[in-house]
Write a protein that binds this ligand. Structure first.
Ligand SMILES: [Zn+2]
Length: 442
């Protein structure tokens, strides 16, 4: 094994740094954009990048539409005495009129295109309720593929019921910069009760929006000079509940520890490393989109790889998603040849995390994800108040970090491009769906 990699793997297994960093990020709170917890996470990451000795650390600010929910209530007159609904707004939900509104419930089941077609005009003016699904399955329908048809068909509200038992609601985002209708996540138990009772539900959602600013963090570690750029990234924001531990204290902790481990190796690799921490990812990938959209056409071919860490524990199986770049998938398979942990390489396109903005510009991009197609895994607790540190196994996090280190080092050492940069037209064909989908046939 390469001596640098050997040193990093030894550090990951022998020390407590990665685990301590993970817990410290969890302890900052869930890091919802626009809250003091998000600001504390930016300060924490910036401080630790500087302390690690990375020579260039900066904040990259951008503007976005801020949103805050002051009240999110749901009730039904037929609920058993003492039943407390626990509703969470989806990001960018619209408000109800002050004092709330009453709506007839329309149960659309799973919420497939066929479910909506069958329901036809009956959706209009009603509160549509659909199932949330395991986020990381190739057979799952992404929330947005249910939300958008509900809006198109004139629904007056969107209710998303968790698929996991436990009386905790699911959350997620609607669509930036705002949903035209109130959109609420519910627990599985609340959803089941509402569906059984039918009739009219009362919603009271009060929100505020205002122009806001946020900051991505960028640290760089130059190589020998004349090489390309490898961008390792993780989003540091989370939802407004739990600890956002799986999603994405795991990715942040791994990215920060790899940056720390590599900081002593300035000027030795063929390529330059940049470590990016994005925010407003949970708000429709806005932090990374602002950054990537600001890159010039000349800068794009100089980026050999975007390696995105998002939910890198919660299972002992890791998937390297290569987003419709078969040449990149071949390269990753080679890079992982000696990897001891359970890694799979997939060519499927996954456009629900920050790497999607790189894919849209044709940049070879990989997302490392734990738990793909493991519907029962703890990864399914993300986007909920149950996304807490007990769902993350220390051994899994260490294994994920080791696999990421292996691919990152191979990329930093490569004197050749890892894969071909795609044209905008080629990239556009890859970006048709949310979730995980096979690349389109040429
Ligand atoms: Zn995430």
């Amino acid at each position: 094994m390469d001596s640098v990699l050997g040193g990093i793997i030894g550090q990951l297994h022998g020390g407590s740094g990665l685990w301590r960093t993970f817990l410290e990020i969890c302890d900052l709170g869930p890091r919802f954009s626009g809250t003091p917890s998000e600001a504390a996470a930016a300060d924490y990451l910036e401080r630790h990048l500087r302390e690690a000795g990375l020579p260039h650390v900066r904040r990259w600010e951008f503007g976005y539409t801020g949103w805050r929910c002051a009240r999110c209530g749901l009730s039904h007159p037929g609920a058993p005495p003492g039943w407390a609904f626990r509703a969470m707004p989806l990001v960018y939900s619209a408000a109800t009129p002050p004092g709330g509104m009453e709506l007839e419930v329309a149960d659309l089941g799973r919420g497939t295109a066929e479910d909506f077609r069958r329901a036809g005009d009956s959706v209009r003016g009603r509160a549509v309720i659909v199932d949330a699904e395991y986020s990381f399955s190739v057979n799952s329908l992404h929330r947005r593929r249910k939300f958008l048809p509900a809006v198109e068909r004139g629904a007056a509200a969107f209710l998303l019921a968790n698929s996991r038992p436990g009386r905790f609601p699911v959350t997620g985002s609607t669509t930036p910069p705002g949903s035209p209708i109130p959109a609420i996540g519910l627990s599985r138990e609340d959803g089941t009760l509402l569906r059984r009772l039918g009739g009219r539900v009362r919603l009271d959602v009060q929100v505020e929006t205002a122009p806001a600013r946020a900051a991505n963090l960028i640290a760089s570690l130059p190589g020998r000079g004349g090489g390309r750029k490898i961008i390792l990234c993780a989003h540091y924001d989370g939802h407004n509940c739990g600890e956002s531990a799986l999603d994405n204290a795991t990715g942040c902790a791994v990215a920060l520890e790899l940056a720390r481990a590599l900081s002593a190796h300035r000027g030795i690799f063929a390529n330059d490393l940049e470590v990016h921490f994005y925010t407003a990812e949970e708000w429709g990938l806005q932090g990374s989109r602002a950054y990537v959209n600001a890159l010039s056409e000349e800068e794009i071919p100089g980026i050999a790889l975007n390696l995105n860490l998002d939910v890198v524990a919660g299972s002992s199986k890791f998937t390297f998603l290569c987003n419709g770049f078969p040449d990149l998938a071949d390269w990753v398979r080679g890079a992982l040849a000696d990897e001891p942990s359970h890694c799979e390489v997939s060519e499927w396109v996954a456009n629900n995390s920050d790497h999607a903005n790189y894919v849209a510009r044709g940049v070879p991009a990989v997302r490392i994800l734990a738990g793909l197609d493991e519907n029962g895994s703890d990864c399914g607790f993300h986007l909920s108040p149950a996304d807490t540190s007990d769902k993350v196994g220390r051994m899994d996090l260490t294994a994920g970090a080791g696999a990421a280190a292996r691919v990152l080092l191979k990329a930093l050492q490569s004197e050749k491009p890892l894969a071909r940069t795609r044209t905008r037209e080629e990239a556009g064909r890859l970006m048709l769906h949310y979730g995980f989908t096979p690349p389109p046939a040429d």
